[in-house]
Design a protein around this ligand. Sequence first.
Ligand code: ZN
Length: 156
Amino acid sequence: MPDLEDLYREIILDHYRNPRNRGELETPPAVRAEGFNPLCGDEVIIYVQVADGVIEDIKFGGQGCSISQASSSMMSAAVKGRTVEELQQFNHAFRSMMSIEPDPDDPAPTNGNSADVKLGDLEALKGVVKFPVRIKCATLSWHTLTQAVEEAQADS
Ligand code: ZN
């Protein structure tokens, strides 16, 4: 029977090899944001289309390590069709999961009501907290999406 770490590795590799929502969206109406993680050389490009506070569509591109690309794929599957508020809850829950090694750039979340959020496949990235240098690989796509959504909302 595979242990949890093997299972997590399988989920990460599955998203890396068969990425969900990989591609581009037309801008406008979609908004494009780019994120870069110089520590690892990861690049993530997020396209997001937001209407009436709902993430109607999301695509991602870029290149980098398996963690950065799998994280983008899992994130896109988790937030597609959700509201911006739900996205914030996901982001919050994901960051609390990943913030065992605190990052001075990311203040630790202060309120604790993200416990109800089901992270699903994203939980597979939990093992990454053991490798602090890789945490930025996992959080890069979230930073980039947050930036894109802020821009999308500023436009409307
Ligand atoms: Zn990386």
